[in-house]
Design a protein around this ligand. Structure first.
Ligand code: SF4
Length: 441
């Protein structure tokens, strides 16, 4: 890396999948000899990785582009919103280039075009960390196993933005996981649009890892990751029957007993209107079956209230489901139409005030459930991974808490703890979402 190599500013918006895209682009830019700048002023140009999932995310993306244009002037746009380039160029005609999600090569070649430099980069001298550039803290990392989605949920435009399911061959996923673990990562967060569909597009074909044949399939992936000696957490799983095969690995603590399953609703009528994967599954029976195999499994889910046509009865069904299922972690969104989504054509929109009231009712019910489930952990010892330390206070997570979206474990008298440390703590208090603990004696 020379002091003369151009500097690229980078803004990464959106979900963990977009973050992984950002990491790949940054890794490639560093490999090509670019420097990464922390400020707009200092950068030769700025790349904005946008999110286009819902209207508020698009507005945030447009604002970030405006800020980058104002502060720097040379802006390349990529990411989910880039799939609708004209929406960006209409508002910001001065952007230099717009590419869609996961188009790493196109972004990188746009950077080469608009910030060229003559010195040839020597990859033997200009070292990139073998795990690439990561935007998460050093001790955890997202591991993206596939791109795109074969479903057609009516409220979602991700398949239009990111295309159909394309799974990475398992050998390359496992090699990346090994590199991350060697670089100090203690927790791998497996992400995709549909983790349970992993390998379906490849017909679960055999690949090789460490010279051994291995199928590109969810069970084999989990088993192989479990051999790496770090926490392995699964996100975006759907309740297909074959997911049952993964639960014994959780019961044996080979992977974390944690499932992030976006159920979105409990009324069969609404699930059908949403065209959700596994809409006909008996979800309560599935949850019970999983808890029979792995009693302390943590189940996280998200729900949408106010989907077009949702009646009081549908909503009551959702509340009953939550009371019965006693899920550990729940996120809830009020339905908001996304440009291009088929749900926009559905009749009977729910009035905003009804939606707000339903959202409040759901959040209140779930806060009580979460409160009770966390209170049951007071007096126990749990293993945690430390995320940050400030003086004598440390913030950590247990295996029941994914970064960014779940609760925290607050530790007093942190002593010499460092981010990335794993240790046992004694839980002495709880509230609706977090636990409070001391170092275990
Ligand atoms: S499963 Fe449904 S919500 Fe998820 S990415 Fe695919 S279409 Fe969208």
């Amino acid at each position: 890396m020379s002091a003369n190599s151009p500097k690229v500013g980078f803004v990464s918006l959106g979900c963990p999948k977009a973050l992984v895209d950002s990491e790949r682009i940054l890794t490639q830019l560093r490999t090509d000899g670019y420097q990464i700048s922390a400020s707009y002023d200092d950068a030769d140009l700025v790349v904005v990785n946008t999110c286009g999932f819902i209207d508020s995310a698009k507005a945030e993306s447009l604002e970030a582009i405006a800020e980058a244009l104002e502060s720097n002037g040379k802006v390349i746009v990529t990411g989910c919103m880039g799939a609708q380039a004209e929406e960006i160029t209409r508002v910001h005609p001065k952007v230099l280039s717009v590419t869609g999600p996961a188009q790493y090569e196109d972004v990188v070649s746009a950077v080469h075009r608009f910030a060229p430099f003559s010195r040839s980069h020597d990859p033997h001298i200009d070292l990139i960390p073998p795990q690439g550039i990561k935007l998460t803290p050093r001790h955890y990392a997202y591991l993206k196993i596939s791109e795109g989605c074969n479903h057609k949920c009516t409220f979602c435009i991700i398949p239009d933005l990111r295309g159909r399911l394309v799974s990475r061959p398992i050998g390359s996923v496992l090699e990346e996981a090994e590199r991350l673990v060697k670089s100090g990562v203690r927790e791998l967060l497996v992400i995709s649009q549909d983790t349970s569909a992993y390998g379906f597009d490849l017909k679960y074909k055999l690949d090789f890892w460490n010279g051994m044949p291995i199928k590109s399939r969810m069970l084999e992936l989990c088993e192989a990751l479990s051999s790496m000696g770090v926490w392995v957490r699964l996100h975006y799983v759907y309740p297909y029957p074959h997911v049952d095969n993964i639960i014994p690995l959780m019961a044996e603590r080979k992977i974390l007993p944690y499932l992030d399953i976006p159920f979105q609703h409990a009324s069969p009528r609404i699930l059908k209107a949403m065209k959700r994967p596994a809409a006909a599954a008996n979800t309560l029976a599935t949850v019970k079956r999983w808890r029979d195999i792995c009693p302390d499994i943590t189940i996280r889910s998200t729900f949408i209230v106010g989907f077009p046509g949702e009646t009081d009865d549908d909503f009551e069904m959702l509340l009953d489901f939550l009371s019965e299922a006693q899920l550990d972690r729940v996120g809830c969104f009020q339905y908001s139409p996304v440009d291009g989504a088929r749900a926009n054509q559905l009749d009977n929109p729910v009035a905003p005030e009804v939606m707000q009231h339903r959202w409040e009712q759901l959040m209140e019910l779930q806060a009580g459930i979460s409160h009770d489930r966390l209170a049951a952990k007071v007096g126990t010892q749990i293993e945690v991974l430390v995320d940050s330390v400030d003086g004598q206070q440390a913030v950590a997570r247990s295996w029941a808490d994914a970064p960014e979206i779940d609760g925290l474990v607050h530790i007093k008298n942190a002593g010499d703890l460092q981010p990335g440390d794993s240790l046992q703590v004694s839980v002495n208090a709880s509230d609706d979402y977090d636990l409070y603990a001391d170092l275990a004696k």
